[in-house]
Design a protein around this ligand. Structure first.
Ligand SMILES: C[C@@H](O)[C@H](NC(=O)OP(=O)(O)OC[C@H]1O[C@@H](n2cnc3c(N)ncnc32)[C@H](O)[C@@H]1O)C(=O)O
Ligand SMILES: Nc1ncnc2c1ncn2[C@@H]1O[C@H](COP(=O)(O)OP(=O)(O)OP(=O)(O)O)[C@@H](O)[C@H]1O
Ligand SMILES: [Fe+2]
Length: 575
């Protein structure tokens, strides 16, 4: 099978030819499937691939990407790169074989509307010229599928660190679920805004990488909420630091340590939550060696495998569009021209994943996870941040150093979170929320001894009642003026010991909590819960509804919180 891919969401006018024999083979298997369920293209072998990519990059004279200039670039460059790719396909095609390509895949979104329209028009024209099907590819899913394909991993967690985006995805029940994402700008856009402030030419990422090599770490605000994260505070502080005459190399180093530390931490949280033991990286910022190094080290420390594709598949490129296009085409996932409109806000979780077949059997990415449970014979659990040793009636939680992080940042996070966890666990309890008693604490060693509570983690005991209780507990702590910060299905213990009034749903792990009366912060707690349900439950919507109902009944300000939650859920940041 030979597929033409066309990419042009923002800066890269790119066309590619992806050729694979093994994907064709799996298509034949699919057609033979009598039960109508696709066996799908999981037999493919990347070592057989032939990938040709032709790219013409738009380089702004000054400032960042101007949508109009980018579109002008696309209209000039797309026809040329497409012709070059078709010439290449023709050379590869055996002399008498009819069309040189089997299908045309194009990036349908997300991206800049005017650019996307030019790409879609070109794709339709080529599909008609050769009378072959059209395949509409989600650019963000392509960023991660290229890594999954080339690594040969089965069900990895995927970190996309690109210009306009930053998110962690996991596959579950036919969709890529957003486990965590940026609350404001994309990773690259954040860095590029900083370099514009300093007066460096676009794109800024490679320049920050270069300058950071000669810099000392300069501390900047670090913001992780569950598996979501924010770049706005760190970027303002970085600009301010330069204005305050902190050496620019030091600020660049601080930026890398902070931003990539956050991305690595949320990736580790996603691995821990889903029980997956494979991580792939995608997106242009993924070319950064410090980011790759941190992710690799984190994975090594927890016994997971890490894969980063070559740079030509990380930055925007049509190779990834053609590759995913081939899998979609093999699965029969093609578009009629009349339905081939672009979608500039196309989210990765909107894509029905037709090419992966059935969910893998076993725990990877699933609700059960690979971690031992607290009630198993094992007595030591590896959480996302800490090692937890379970004893008869108490547990010892130690936040071990993370060697991927800068030592100063590592020490600060471990000590602060330990203190905060102790404070808020007790405060929640005073406000009527079941939590374990704190029996002992040593902030310098980042060590806490808790009473052992519950018989299982919430993710093993999901029901409207248990999730509803979490909604009620969150309402209480919010009314008391603080948030949990990470209310996932792993951070709630259920069953076993009861409180004096017979309740047995306990909140644990308050290390990311903080004092706040802002409805938006309260809504983030609910959003984190919803995302973690989507990552672990089969019926996440119904369960989350139970949490919302209980929250509404308990809270003094549910309307304001739900209004904020609607804003958070509707965040679209691709324009
Ligand atoms: C929607 C689509 O148009 C968009 N594409 C995009 O953002 O281009 P991409 O190639 O994935 O990433 C470009 C970003 O990647 C950054 N970048 C490139 N090399 C870098 C490096 N060595 N270190 C850090 N950032 C780097 C650039 O500064 C720029 O912000 C996206 O995928 O979000
Ligand atoms: N007080 C407790 N009683 C019983 N089990 C506990 C208790 N505290 C922690 N655990 C168990 O240990 C696991 C990890 O604990 P915790 O969430 O505090 O660590 P963590 O490293 O912060 O994890 P993560 O960040 O992945 O949520 C919990 O999911 C739970 O199974
Ligand atoms: Fe991209």
């Amino acid at each position: 099978m030979r597929i033409l891919g066309i990419e042009g969401t923002a800066w890269a006018a790119s066309a590619a030819i992806f050729e694979s024999d093994s994907i064709e083979l799996s298509k034949a298997r699919q057609n033979a499937a009598s039960d109508g369920v696709y066996e799908c293209a999981e037999l493919d072998d990347p070592s057989d691939d032939h990938v040709f990519i032709e790219t013409d990059a738009y380089q702004p004279d000054s400032g960042g990407i101007h949508p109009r200039e980018a579109a002008e670039h696309m209209s000039e460059a797309i026809p040329e790169v497409v012709e070059t790719a078709i010439d290449h396909a023709q050379e590869r095609a055996v002399a008498d074989s009819a069309p040189p390509i089997d299908a045309v895949a194009f990036s349908r979104g997300p991206g800049l509307g005017p650019c996307l329209r030019i790409v879609a028009t070109a794709a339709r024209a080529v599909a008609q010229r050769f009378d072959v099907p059209l395949v509409g590819v989600n650019h963000m899913v392509a960023h991660l599928e290229v890594g999954r394909h080339r690594s040969g991993f089965d069900s990895p967690v995927c970190l996309n660190a690109s210009g306009a985006n930053a998110h962690v995805l996991g596959y579950r029940n036919g969709r890529y679920r957003v486990l965590g994402e940026t609350m404001d700008t994309g990773a690259g856009n954040a860095i590029d805004k900083f370099t514009r402030h300093v007066g460096w030419q676009h794109p800024g990422g490679p320049k920050v990488e270069q300058h950071a090599l000669d810099g000392e770490y300069h501390p900047l605000p670090y913001v992780v909420k569950g598996m979501d994260f924010s770049f706005s505070g760190v970027m303002s502080a970085a600009k301010q630091a330069v204005d305050d005459d902190i050496p620019v190399n030091d600020v660049c180093r601080g930026l890398e340590e902070t931003i990539f530390g956050m991305l690595t931490e949320v990736s580790e949280r996603a691995l821990s939550l889903t029980g997956a033991d494979e991580l792939v990286l995608g997106g242009g910022v993924g070319q950064n060696q410090r980011l790759q190094g941190m992710l690799k080290e984190m994975c090594e420390q927890r016994g997971a495998e890490f894969y980063a594709p070559e740079n030509r598949f990380l930055r925007d490129n049509a190779g990834m569009i053609a590759m995913l296009g081939a899998k979609m085409y093999a699965a029969g996932d093609t578009l009629e021209i009349a339905e081939s409109a672009i979608d500039s806000n196309f989210r990765p979780d909107e894509v029905p994943v037709t090419w992966r077949g059935r969910d893998p059997v076993g725990p990877a990415g699933g609700a059960s996870g690979r971690r031992p449970r607290a009630d198993d014979a094992e007595t030591e659990l590896q959480g996302a941040e800490a090692t937890v040793t379970i004893e008869a009636d108490r547990v010892v939680k130690e936040r071990n150093p993370r060697s991927y992080r800068h030592p100063a940042l590592d020490e600060r996070l471990r000590t602060e979170r330990t203190r905060q966890e102790v404070r808020l666990t007790s405060e929640a309890r005073h406000n009527g929320v079941p939590t374990p008693l704190v029996l002992d604490v040593d902030p310098d060693e980042a060590r806490i001894v808790f009473q052992r509570v519950g018989a299982a983690d919430l993710r093993e005991s999901l029901s409207a009642d248990t999730v509803g209780a979490v909604g009620e507990h969150l309402a209480r702590i919010h009314d008391a003026g603080f948030v949990h910060g990470d209310p996932t299905t792993r951070n709630v213990r259920v069953g076993g010991n009861e409180t004096a009034d017979g309740r047995s749903v306990f909140l644990i792990d308050f290390g990311l909590g903080y004092a706040t009366g802002e409805p938006e912060d309260h809504a983030m707690d609910l959003h984190v819960l919803a995302q973690s349900l989507a990552g672990t439950a089969d019926d996440p919507e119904a369960l989350f509804e139970a949490a919302r109902d209980a929250y509404r009944d308990e809270s003094d300000h549910a309307d304001a919180v739900f209004a904020s939650l609607t804003d958070i859920e509707g965040r679209g940041r691709y324009q």
